[in-house]
Write a protein that binds this ligand. Sequence first.
Ligand code: SF4
Ligand code: SF4
Length: 356
Amino acid sequence: MQYHVLTTERCNLSCLYCGGTREIPGVPLDLEYDIEQLIDFISKDPEAVIGFYGGEPLLAMDRFQEIIDKVPAKAFTLQTNGTLLHEVKDEYLHRLHSILISLDGPKEVTDASRGEGIYNKVMENLEIIRSKGYKGDLIARMAYSDHGDIHHDVHHLLENFDHVHWQLDVFWTGLEQRGDVAGWLDRYDEGITELVSDFGRSMEEGELLGIVPFIPVFRTLLNKEPAQIWCGSGRDSFSIMTSGNIEACPIAPELVYTNNGNISTSTPDSIKDSRSVGQPCTDCDILWVCGGRCLFANQTTGWGKDWFNRVCRTTRHMIDELQKLVPLAEELINSGKIDKKIFDYPELNNGCEIIP
Ligand code: SF4
Ligand code: SF4
């Protein structure tokens, strides 16, 4: 299974859609449990993947190093805002299977949400880890927000990263107060149509664009094999908070639906498949592809039914557009021009939620 391990709730940035350091009752700012407990818990899962998460996980560099040194995980990944990457020592850098770096697009788009100078700092650090010979998967993790142009921003980041993933900024900010959200989502759908078209062209050229949300969804459409919730929350992905409490996902530990015990009293087997999406997803005709998108959104539906449905329309639109490429992919595979294996991504749950 995959475990987000939160090394700290502190953050050195204060991005618009997140707000930075979280102070949540019952969740310490710094990791407070004994690492021996984590070793004991993780050692019961031979397939454990640890994804460092926060806050900004590298602010607790000592914990980050200690966990890599001592905890017997099959793989380690890192989700970071990128500002401290230059401080990661080589021996730890090269242990990371994938690094997800938060950037929203070009300088003006990233800095508008994350702060002046952040884009340049992160790109500088990207160069540093490249110059150290980092060979793992470098993934740009975008929040697609009001300033974004999804088509343009994804292409910009693909020039610098192996893969690009994004999430719609519909989690943290009140949709009603955002102005023209409907227009923003319409523009998003148009951008997705363009991106899918580029994705099809890249397939024909045998150089598949590393667009994370498209690849596994396309594989599902091609193989007609039903998907489950892609992020894995409550199924085979959990978050180990700084208290040692286990949550289905890190986003809202104060909500009861997400609570799953503690590393000192639970085991990987006891939490596996403990939560699943309910209505409206269970009645949805595209659940088999979408997987229910987000357990948190499903359980809270905080934006109300109309906005929930509008966000679902973006998922449906992406799936419909990708579906149109299936005959082309079948032809390319059957004629030997591409290998079906190009759609086998990600290799493991690296923290990309897949459905934006
Ligand atoms: S499209 Fe919406 S309702 Fe359907 S499965 Fe996905 S999140 Fe659930
Ligand atoms: S997609 Fe939703 S349920 Fe999954 S990790 Fe993100 S916030 Fe949590």
